[in-house]
Design a protein around this ligand. Structure first.
Ligand SMILES: C[S@@+](CC[C@H](N)C(=O)[O-])C[C@H]1O[C@@H](n2cnc3c(N)ncnc32)[C@H](O)[C@@H]1O
Length: 298
């Protein structure tokens, strides 16, 4: 069996994409059959099994016999679960710095289905407890917390522009993403209808254009190495913008946030998912939005 953990508030989205659902436990969805592509799963439990037990010590023994390091997902019976977790090897903090190497030791995951039943998986798809990627944040320099989305993508998923790359940052105000990209040594064309934070605007290698992103022709900017967008707009508008740039042949790497209004726009989401070489994922730092990154074969 495979279990998928939904991010807080996005269980309906996860349920809408999963087939062969067997049961739901808090935000954890247990399925039959092979692994499924999932945009919304924050953590996937790859070899889930259900194991009965009688005592706290027995539960800890079962877990220890199957793996070294365990992260708890607790949705009820919290106290009992904590007492079991206390008997397992201590999990050291996995808080990252930007572009840190990732932890090496894999993590298992477990929960209590009831007082005497474990749901456990010795393998998961994330090196972070419950897929929660935490950073030592920079609370001084970046003018918004949006930079955490880019930190997560670049650090955990290995998407990396290089120093000297020419990048466009659409919807850049107040400047968190522009700051990250500038710090990596990129030349950033930073575009927004609103102004950049002053201290970001003063940094070298940033050219700010105060304009509507949808009025720019790719030919106006010429060849670029990366297209970044965190614009607040309808998903279909973003899709048009990305396609326009793809068709121009002037850019091959794309990173965008697809932002949803009240309802999740599953149709446009599917169109992004179907694009060649696209990966779409709800990052830990994403709110009601997902991140798409595309490396075209040009
Ligand atoms: C979530 S904020 C971006 C935050 C930014 N990535 C950061 O790290 O600070 C979204 C931005 O999209 C901009 N925006 C919305 N529509 C736009 C358009 N048509 N053209 C340019 N910018 C737009 C807004 O002005 C806003 O600053």
């Amino acid at each position: 069996m495979i279990a998928y953990l939904a991010p807080e508030k996005f269980l309906p989205e996860l349920l809408s994409e999963l087939k062969d659902v067997r049961s739901v436990h808090g935000n954890l969805v247990l399925t039959e059959g092979p692994i499924q592509n999932s945009v919304w799963a924050q953590n996937i439990w790859l070899n889930a099994e259900i194991v009965p037990f009688k005592s706290i010590t027995e539960a800890a023994k079962i877990l220890k016999s199957r793996g070294l390091l365990w992260a708890l997902y607790s949705f009820e019976n919290h106290r009992r679960a904590e007492l079991i977790q206390d008997q397992l090897p201590k999990l050291r903090s996995r808080v990252l710095n930007f572009l840190d190497e990732l932890p090496k030791d894999p993590l298992g995951a477990w929960t209590l289905l009831d007082k005497e039943t474990l749901l456990l998986s010795s393998e998961t798809n994330s090196l972070f407890p419950r897929g929660e990627v935490a950073f030592n944040e920079d609370k001084l320099t970046p003018p918004s917390r949006a930079y955490l989305k880019l930190w997560e993508l670049l650090t955990v998923y290995g998407v990396r522009p290089s120093a000297g790359d020419k990048v466009v940052d659409f919807g850049s105000c107040p400047g968190g993403w522009t700051w990250v990209l500038q710090k990596m040594g990129c030349h950033v064309i930073s575009i927004d209808r609103a102004p950049l934070d002053e201290k970001i605007a003063k940094l070298p290698r940033i050219q700010f254009m105060k304009t509507n992103a949808f009025n720019i022709n790719p030919q106006d900017l010429g060849k670029i190495d990366w297209f970044f967008s965190d614009i607040i707009c309808y998903p279909e508008k973003l899709l048009q913008l990305v396609k326009n740039w793809q068709n121009s042949g002037l850019c091959s790497n794309f990173v965008c946030t697809i932002k949803f209004q009240k309802e999740t726009d599953f149709n446009t989401l599917k169109e992004f998912q179907n694009m060649e070489n696209a990966r779409v994922q709800h990052l830990y730092a994403n709110k009601h939005e997902v991140t798409v990154w595309i490396k075209s074969q040009r």
